[in-house]
Design a protein around this ligand. Structure first.
Ligand code: TRP
Length: 342
């Protein structure tokens, strides 16, 4: 698709599900990398609250997590004067385009998606709502609604992006060129922060072990305790190695927080011990994350401001979405947006 007039800067779009507790993995793997993108591109960042209800979700905690997510984005450096921050359910175009795309999506393709297969075969899966099957269609709509050029996501979202490209191509083949097909750009770097208690699994907000996950809202003491009790491997050498998954994870976290290559850290800590390294890592984490935590709490307490940021973001998003939807509606033969009576 050709770029439309007036849109000469590449458009970055990405979403994050509002969940209680943003952790170090979300920060290093996603949010922090968005901050640099806003320098020279138009950016749309949204809280995917409609995706969040594909599993049972308590209303009060969803509202709280959504506003908390906005506060986190701003605290971590996303500037609402440069980037549009909005909430998915406040831009109806996401649901509208998802319906149309869904009508162009073979059921079998959705049933074969890894995330659906994983979740629908777990115990208690008879309670899985159809929304979980439809999840990737909604995500495709999120992206295609804005003619996004770049969609920064982690490796775990690759299949969803491939489906998005597929759906855009299928729609274009059926109706003529309408939707921009986004490039696939999977973020590298510190995309995978592992659990502090079991370095073979990803850090997750829902880990049963309280010490496994470093939350951005943790106090200094909690951060220090979690990092000092992080599982390490036998031996004392501070090295990144296949047989040292615990130390490898901690080195990668240090490296990402300090922007220092792992090799340099290995050289710096040669001949010291795990204890020395972990202490320094705790100091670094506190120095880096405590200011974000303080900003977060200030912002979270000011709901009026957060809602104002969202209202501005929503307008930017709606304007862009309306252009795509008008094209799509015309292609499928809908009469177009209803006009109010004179
Ligand atoms: N599925 C993504 C995740 O869980 C969140 C998401 C929803 C998203 N819609 C999106 C990411 C559109 C990028 C673009 O991380």
């Amino acid at each position: 698709m050709e770029r439309k007039q007036g849109q000469d800067r590449p458009l970055v779009l990405t979403g994050i599900q509002p969940t209680a507790g943003i952790h170090l993995g979300n920060y290093l793997g996603a949010i922090r990398s968005w901050v640099a993108l806003q320098e020279d591109r138009d950016c749309l960042f949204f809280l995917a609250d409609m995706h969040a209800i594909t599993v049972p979700m308590d209303a009060r905690s969803l509202r709280d997590s959504t506003l908390g997510g906005v506060a986190t984005c701003i605290a971590c450096g996303i500037d609402p004067d440069r980037a549009a921050i909005f909430v998915q359910s406040q831009v109806p175009g996401h649901a509208e385009l998802a319906w149309i795309l869904g009508c162009h999506t073979p059921m079998g393709q959705l049933e074969r998606m890894t995330q659906f297969k994983d979740k629908s075969t777990r115990p208690g899966a008879s309670l899985v709502g159809a929304g979980l099957l439809y999840y990737p269609v909604l995500m495709a709509a999120d992206i295609l609604l804005y003619d996004a050029d770049l969609v920064p996501v982690g490796e775990d979202q690759r299949q969803h992006l491939e489906l998005t490209r597929d759906l855009a191509e299928r729609f274009n083949a059926a109706h003529g060129p309408t939707l921009a097909v986004p490039d696939l750009h999977i973020s590298q770097g510190c995309g995978r922060v592992m659990s502090l208690q079991d370095p073979t699994v990803k850090m997750s907000k829902s880990d049963g072990n309280r010490l496994a996950t470093l939350f951005l809202t943790d106090s200094d003491d909690q951060m220090r305790r979690k990092l000092r009790s992080a599982v390490t491997d036998s031996g004392q050498e501070v090295l990144r190695r296949g047989d040292k998954p615990g130390m490898t994870n901690l080195l990668e976290i240090f490296s990402a927080l300090a922007c220092i290559p792992v090799e340099e850290l290995e050289a710096r800590y040669a001949g010291t011990s795990y204890g020395v390294f972990k202490n320094d890592l705790a100091d670094l984490a506190i120095a880096t994350l405590a200011p974000l935590r303080e900003k977060f709490f200030l912002l979270r307490a000011d709901e009026g401001y957060l809602l104002q940021v969202l209202a501005r973001g929503r307008e930017v998003a709606r304007r862009r979405a309306a252009a795509t939807l008008a094209r799509v509606y015309e292609r499928v033969g809908f009469l177009g947006p209803a006009k109010s009576l004179p």
